[in-house]
Design a protein around this ligand. Structure first.
Ligand code: SAM
Length: 431
């Protein structure tokens, strides 16, 4: 005989979360996505997008970004205050990181920081979290300025680029990166610099303190687009032209726009449909056009070779760590090795699509030599020779290396606001 359905036993009434808790819960989800699942912060933002209030979404993102920027320093404070080291993935550690970063770096009053973080412990050691937070507040704890890089990153970059560069990278880490714009018409640089109160590191480039992009003069008419000066160099190294150019791995389209503005008839190939749609919107805003192809570069091939081929390969993106501190937490040696393998294969494919007399440019926004120097140095194909970059093609303060490649190590251009880390190589196909 079936038992009659009984109503579930009444649960003890839980205390309601203090206002502001949903933003902290979303921050916790973002951190979990980056640190435990290895996802990019941008991809994880869906977790915060469910929040009805836009300012909560912004807060969740700001908290998560700041925790990622300051993780070693936050964990050092936590570890020196607990009797036993909390596991890396313990909810208590996450709640403390979130509370401490707000109180010590984001200007949240300590009582609000802890009250909104405690519900994140969810039945865990609330008293411990409260106690550790209180001890640190009473002792006048502070966070290092600039923040420390993750020890493994500092070690890797010191080894690759020298201790001074790694220190410069750290110094750069606390500065808010400037806003760089690329002009569709480089001959109008002086005019736009004056209009926007900007400086310029080279023709076609403008640098401003951060600003609301969409309200700046020139946005509506599409006179420029946002692009870090380093990211603008690969397309610049192809120069002006009237022939055909392939832009491989093209979205969101900074380089496609540069090539189209420089007179090339561009085919932009991108695998991610959403990103390709963004590229299309970006082109429309700046009144430029290109043939857009949604395809995997490892499967697609053009009907005929092009005069210029630009491969901005998928990479660890450690060069953009200032804007996206999550990259430093997601890069593991195995991932870099896997990416380097893909990059080599893509470069070999891209080379087949260059016309004799044409150029091939390879770029990655990576600070890992395995993805830059190692890939370019290993590249050989019949008829190709390195086309060494000249110092005059780069902004003052950057220089090609002995092989004629461009390596932009961490801390570059620090005295004028810094720039992204990059690697760029250029070859010419003679036959
Ligand atoms: C570094 S971003 C490109 C940035 C872009 N060139 C620009 O200047 O705006 C790399 C891009 O490559 C795309 N991608 C990755 N693997 C790809 C593949 N196998 N085929 C085509 N696109 C790919 C990614 O979706 C991403 O949009």
């Amino acid at each position: 005989m079936r038992k009659p359905n009984r109503p579930p036993p009444a649960k003890a009434q839980a205390e309601p979360d203090p206002p502001g808790t949903p933003a902290r819960r979303a921050a916790l989800k973002l951190l979990d996505a980056v640190l435990r699942q290895g996802l990019p912060l941008e991809a994880a933002l869906g977790a915060a997008n469910g929040l009805p209030n836009p300012s909560d979404r912004g807060l969740a993102r700001a908290i998560a970004s700041e925790v990622l920027r300051r993780l070693p320093d936050l964990d050092a404070l936590i570890d020196e205050t607990t009797d036993r080291v909390l596991p890396d993935d313990a909810k208590a550690r996450f709640a403390l990181r979130i509370a401490l970063v707000q109180a010590l770096a984001l200007g949240t009053p300590p009582h609000a920081a802890i009250a909104t973080a405690l519900p994140l412990v969810d039945g865990g050691p609330r008293r411990l979290v409260h106690g550790v937070f209180g001890t640190l507040m009473r002792s006048g704890a502070t966070l290092a300025e600039p923040p420390h890089l993750l020890p493994e990153v500092a070690e890797r970059w010191s080894k690759a680029w020298g201790e001074e560069a790694a220190e410069a990278a750290r110094a750069n880490f606390s500065d808010r990166p400037p806003l760089d714009l690329t002009l569709a018409d480089p001959s109008a640089t002086a005019e736009w610099a004056e209009k926007l109160g900007a400086t310029s590191l080279m023709p076609g480039h403008l640098r401003l303190d951060n600003a609301d992009v969409t309200s700046l003069p020139g946005f509506e008419e599409g006179a420029w687009w946002v692009q870090d000066v380093s990211a603008s160099l690969p397309a610049r190294l192809i120069g002006r032209g009237e022939g055909t150019a392939l832009d491989l791995c093209a979205a969101p389209g900074g380089k496609t726009m540069q090539l189209a503005a420089a007179g090339w008839q561009v085919t932009a190939v991108e695998m991610a449909a959403k990103r390709l749609a963004r590229l299309s919107d970006n082109l429309a805003r700046v009144n430029l056009s290109a043939d857009l192809v949604e395809a995997d570069v490892m499967r697609w091939e053009p009907q005929e070779p092009a005069d210029a081929v630009l491969l901005d390969a998928p990479c660890s993106a450690t060069g953009i760590f200032r804007r996206h501190p999550d990259v430093l937490h997601r890069v593991r040696p195995r991932a870099v090795a896997d990416l380097a393998e893909v990059q080599r294969a893509m470069l070999a494919r891209a080379a087949q699509w260059v016309k004799p007399g044409g150029h091939l440019v390879y770029a990655v926004c990576s600070l890992e030599p395995q993805e830059g120097e190692d890939v370019a140095s290993a590249f050989t194909a019949p008829g190709f020779a390195i086309d060494p970059v000249c110092p005059e093609e780069l902004p003052v303060g950057l220089a090609p290396n002995d092989q004629g490649f461009v390596r932009i190590p961490p801390g570059s251009l620090a005295q004028v606001g810094g720039c992204d880390g990059f690697f760029i190589a250029r070859w010419r196909r003679d036959s």
